[in-house]
Design a protein around this ligand. Structure first.
Ligand code: AMP
Ligand code: ZN
Length: 498
């Protein structure tokens, strides 16, 4: 048996089978997960992959050693909606040369990215080893790390891409096994194509690598050599190329695990595979492809039109869901009560259950401290079985029952096992006092003060507005202003700082 195998088995979407996890290099286990697009607040569905792959990250660190795991999760800040806003808000400054496009995008996405970090920290997630932003990888880089334009050039050079109508397209027919992840065969797609084919595409499944921007749209100067001729297309990258570039930049041409939500299998991951394998001439992009199932809310698809759309921030800091706010740890445990590949029904009932469970576990651990070596072997075995978190939680329930006998050893085991799941990191006292403190603030009263402050700002009475900010700050409530993505109006979020 290879020493790189440490008992972990994972379901691989590529083979549709559960397999032994054997990393390419046990000294550096490498994982890439597609991250959020930062134009709006992340919703609770977005939290699922973040939490699921955080558990996997923690497990890999336990099995291989913390310094032997590299986890990359990108930030997608190249997006037509973001670009449009950058141009709308900072177009003049870009034109005058005072701001680059990347800097303008950074200004637009700063608040959202910061909010995302605050959200996932509250959910108990570790920081990934690297969190590259797409904007930084569009053009060739001074440090020589793989970038999108160079990767596209390689695809052109190797006969996998062509230029048509201001676009550079990936030529799917140039890749005999295109479609192996989603099990879609090219011939089926062609024969069955009922949608009108874009006349400039050779095949309907060909997808955009680079797209020309109109004079009104922001763009990067993409320089390419096509059939010996230099061309410049001022444009922007297609959706998939960023992940091929950033994964190669940090993890190399082939790495161990690639993850994301189920919806990304096609076309996003399929096309990442096509780009990376054809550019590098490799048999696989990642050895193991892992996908989390979708989250629903109270039995229905979550959607703004359904009226059940809820952000992580709203769950943590407002009374929108179930008439109260919820500790991040409750959201996290609720999420882990369903196996990651199953559909998950997110409900108030489930959050209440998770909170009751956590109360009981915290009462049992009190203030014990624990180490990795205290982790229960039943719990570890469950996680090694394709992240069976429901089995892991069952093991924690058993430990909890055992603590009734008063054995400190068992309490330590419960604490260490919880910590591996990213929960039970506090002491009993910290947990219960934090809950009491959050119950003491009155969100309705805070919203009222925020509305009053915004009214003062509109009247340019900044002294009065600042006084309200100070007053709330005195109660431990911190205000954060942001622009409404739709109307551009100033809005304010708040959170309790302890
Ligand atoms: P997006 O910002 O929409 O590209 O999504 C970021 C990540 O969240 C991707 O991995 C998606 O697959 C995942 N995701 C989006 N919606 C849901 C949902 N309702 N349930 C689970 N995962 C989701
Ligand atoms: Zn991706």
């Amino acid at each position: 048996m290879s020493e790189a195998f440490r008992g972990l088995r994972v379901y691989n979407t590529l083979t549709r089978r559960q397999e032994d996890f054997v990393p390419l290099d046990a000294g550096n286990v490498r994982m890439y997960v597609c991250g959020p697009t930062v134009y709006d607040f992340a919703h609770i569905g977005n939290a699922r992959p973040v939490i699921v792959f955080d558990v996997l990250f923690r497990l890999l660190r336990h099995l291989y050693g913390a310094e032997h795991v590299t986890y990359v999760r990108n930030i997608t800040d190249v997006d037509d909606k973001i670009n449009a806003r950058a141009l709308r808000d900072f177009g003049g400054e870009i034109e005058a040369g005072r701001l680059t496009l990347n800097e303008a995008i950074r200004k637009v996405t700063e608040t959202t990215a910061r909010q995302f970090h605050a959200d996932v920290e509250a959910l108990g997630c570790l920081k990934p080893t690297a969190e590259p932003r797409a904007t930084e990888f569009v053009l060739p880089r001074a440090d020589g790390k793989t970038d999108m334009v160079s990767l596209i050039q390689t695809l052109i050079d190797r006969g996998h891409a062509y230029v048509a109508k201001g676009e550079i397209l990936f030529d799917t027919a140039s890749m005999p096994d295109y479609g192996e992840l989603s099990k879609r065969r090219l011939e089926d797609q062609q024969a069955g194509a009922r949608v009108a084919v874009d006349p400039h595409k050779k095949n309907p499944s060909d997808f955009v690598l680079w797209k020309e921007s109109s004079a009104q749209e922001p763009g990067w100067e993409g320089r390419f050599v096509v059939e010996g001729r230099e061309i410049t297309i001022r444009g922007r990258p297609g959706w998939h190329i960023e992940c091929s570039a950033m994964s190669a930049a940090y993890l190399g041409e082939i790495f161990d695990i690639h993850g994301g939500g189920l919806d990304l299998i096609f076309p996003h991951h399929e096309n990442e595979i096509a780009q990376s394998r054809c550019a590098h001439g490799t048999p696989v992009m990642a050895k193991y492809w892992m996908h989390n199932g979708f989250l629903q809310v109270e039995g229905r698809k979550m959607a703004k039109s359904e009226g059940n759309f809820v952000t992580i921030h709203e769950l943590l800091h407002t009374e929108k869901f179930g008439g109260r706010s919820w500790p991040g740890e409750v959201l996290r445990l609720a999420m882990l009560m369903t196996h990651y590949r199953e559909p998950l029904d997110f409900s108030v009932r489930k959050l209440e259950e998770a909170e009751t469970v956590l109360d009981g576990w915290y009462r049992a651990i009190g203030d014990v401290q624990a180490e990795g070596s205290d982790i229960s072997s039943d719990m570890l075995r469950a996680l090694q079985d394709d992240l069976n978190t429901t089995g892991a939680i069952a093991a924690l329930h058993e430990l909890r029952a055992e603590t009734a006998k008063g054995d400190k050893e068992v309490r330590r085991r419960l604490k260490a096992s919880g910590e591996l799941l990213g929960i039970l990191q506090k002491t009993e006292e910290e947990w219960f006092s934090a809950k009491a403190a959050s119950a003491a603030v009155d969100p309705a009263a805070i919203e009222e003060r925020i509305a009053a402050r915004l009214a003062f700002i509109r009247e340019k009475n900044f002294a009065a507005a600042d006084a309200i900010r100070e007053e709330l700050s005195g109660q431990g409530v911190q205000l954060m202003d942001y622009k409404d993505p739709e109307t551009g109006e100033r809005r304010t979020k708040w959170e309790v700082k302890r």
